[in-house]
Design a protein around this ligand. Structure first.
Ligand code: ARG
Length: 587
């Protein structure tokens, strides 16, 4: 069974075909004027024009053909030739029952599924994560969930940044503090200790220290560059340090990510593909794609007709080092070998668009994967109220861990104001605050068109009113507690029978789920799903305000409305689950 819009489109398409027109004219969608109709088909005007006919006459013929079919209760021809369709209460009841029983809550499945790698998060070892990394994590994790829900075979990879200058800074700064560590002893022959020589706090201190010094002193910067080059060419002590730095960072990163409900299948990093680079470079030389230029190995990727300047792809720099280009290209080699995806998505700040364009062209030239199967899923920046990229009051980037803590504090405050029911233990209260904070941060981010910038405003994000995560939780919790109380009172949900306008509107809202998911998937735009869950919550509130549910006098009506609530809750939780938002049992 599919959604009503699809079913109606099929009926209209068949009618158009029978009248000698292309089926595409039969597309049906939810009505812009819900007070006049449930659905509308606007194809008659275009179709009639294509054959020089009168659109209203054609509309009357199509109406005649579809009238009384399947879910259709009534069809009216309006204006210049619109078809206004009303579906029957019976069809809506059936649809609600389907959603209630369906394991996907009416969300459907893609006709053609793919094997997809989603590269997101992209945190850097030692460098603190900032709000841009929040966006990548939340959008990427949501796309992983969305694609998997619809049947794609997805692998999410964190792609740690662990190969750049920051590693050199860490090494040199650690040397300055503790020169006697075995990692710096050229005569040491291993094995190196298992215990890391640093904690996450050390890393958080060493990196800014070193990078500040390097800004002042070119020689200091040179030393870090030399250290990275040595690390890259296999210096055993530095390699051992690299592994420690990665392990210590990943452990801390996992804490921040799990607060946000973000999960990765793979925690690979740039350094993991180091071993693949020499073979890759040889291959590119053999294919005559790589050429020597001023001591560096590059690939020309510019094309005739390029509108903007397209700098060459840097395989190996003149110091013999490899960087962001090479690790990304070698990562594609690795992914094609290990996973063999049909497609790779990169959820990374819009400002890296040129980098990805370069990588995609190089991968295509190298014959690794065709360019149209590599997608840069860019996003805008998170701004402060001044319209500039968000900074802390001290002027620095806001660390993800601080952000999480601030959101948690704000959630605790809001919960206090809302006054949770009295018998909630401290542990449960703490858990609720976490779920509220997570919902607030995720929904605030995901509800925006991905590519736009948005203003960071914790006060608003954590509000229980308006288009916010906490409002969504509130809607789900209200249904949960309603169903729980009904059960305690011995009132069981029963067969759904749709009668009232607010019930009709609620089922029509639910009917949009599959369409919203398909659209969000096709455009890689989570906000489409946010719109859907939000309008579902609103349609539920409208019924709640309009009619008694658990207290309806008539037993059959009561059972039907409780059954309807079950369907709504199921779909709401499925939708929120894809957004990575989990509702508590009560709050
Ligand atoms: N570590 C990078 C950064 O912080 C993001 C990595 C994105 N993914 C990639 N495959 N390049 O900017």
């Amino acid at each position: 069974m599919s959604d009503l819009a699809t079913e109606l489109s099929a009926a209209c398409a068949a009618a158009f075909e029978a009248e000698g027109f292309e089926t595409r004219w039969g597309a049906v969608r939810r009505s812009d004027r819900p007070e006049l109709a449930d659905f509308q088909c606007n194809g008659c005007m275009g179709a009639a024009k294509s054959q020089g006919l009168n659109p209203r006459e054609l509309a009357a013929k199509v109406a005649e053909r579809i009238s009384g079919q399947g879910p259709i209760e009534r069809v009216d021809v309006a204006g210049p030739g619109f078809l206004n369709i009303r579906v029957s209460g019976e069809a809506l009841s059936k649809q609600a029952e389907f959603i209630r029983a369906d394991e996907k809550a009416g969300g459907g499945r893609l006709e053609q599924t793919e094997k997809v790698v989603i590269d997101f998060g992209g945190p850097n070892v030692a460098k603190p994560m900032h709000v841009g990394h929040l966006r990548s994590a939340v959008i990427g994790d949501t796309l992983v969930r969305l694609f998997s829900f619809l049947g794609d075979d997805v692998t999410g990879d964190a792609h740690l940044g662990d190969w750049g200058l920051q590693m050199g800074h860490l090494i040199t700064e650690l040397f300055a503090e503790q020169p006697d560590l075995v990692y710096f002893d050229p005569d040491f022959s291993g094995p190196y200790p298992d215990e890391p020589p640093v904690t996450i706090d050390d890393l958080g201190r060493l990196y800014p220290q070193a990078s500040a010094k390097a800004k002042e002193d070119p020689q200091r910067n040179e030393a870090s560059q030399l250290a990275v080059a040595e690390m890259q060419s296999g210096h055993p002590g530095y390699r051992a340090l690299l592994k420690h730095f990665i392990d210590v960072s990943v452990e801390a990163l996992k804490v921040d990510y799990s607060f946000l409900g973000v999960e990765f299948d793979l925690w690979k990093g740039e350094s993991d593909v180091d071993g693949l680079i020499p073979g890759m470079v040889e291959d590119l030389k053999d294919k005559k794609l790589a050429r020597m230029d001023d001591g560096a190995w590059i690939i020309d990727i510019a094309r005739d007709g390029d509108k903007k300047e397209m700098p060459p792809f840097m395989l190996i720099n003149s110091r013999g080092g490899t960087g962001y280009h090479s690790t990304d290209l070698a990562t594609i080699v690795d992914r094609m070998d290990e996973i063999g995806p049909d497609r790779i998505l990169y959820v990374v700040d819009q400002r890296q668009a040129l980098h990805f364009e370069q990588v995609f062209r190089a991968a295509d030239l190298a014959g690794l994967i065709s360019e149209d199967r590599l997608e840069h899923i860019g996003f805008g920046t998170v701004n402060g109220t001044d319209g500039k990229p968000f900074k802390t009051r001290e002027g620095g980037v806001l660390r993800l861990s601080d952000l999480n803590r601030m959101a948690l504090e704000e959630a605790e405050k809001k919960i206090g104001e809302a006054g949770l029911s009295g018998d909630i233990s401290d542990a449960e209260r703490g858990n609720i605050a976490k779920l509220v904070a997570r919902a607030a941060l995720r929904f605030a981010d995901l509800q925006n068109v991905r590519t736009t910038n948005y203003v960071f405003d914790l006060e608003r994000f954590t509000s229980f009113e308006g288009k916010t995560g906490p409002y969504m939780l509130y809607a789900a919790v209200r249904i949960k507690s309603l169903l729980r109380r009904a059960k305690e009172a011995g009132n069981a949900p029963g067969p759904v029978s749709i009668e009232r306008d607010t019930e009709r509107a609620l089922v029509l809202a639910m009917d949009g789920f599959a369409g919203a998911l398909a659209h969000a998937h096709a455009k890689r735009q989570p906000h489409v799903l946010c719109e859907h869950v939000y309008s579902l919550a609103q349609a539920f509130s409208a019924l709640y305000a309009d009619a008694p549910i658990a207290n309806a006098d008539d037993e059959a009506v009561r059972a039907s409305r409780l059954g309807l609530c079950e369907a709504v809750l199921k779909q709401l939780e499925a939708g929120l689950g894809i957004l990575g938002i989990e509702a508590p049992e009560r709050m």
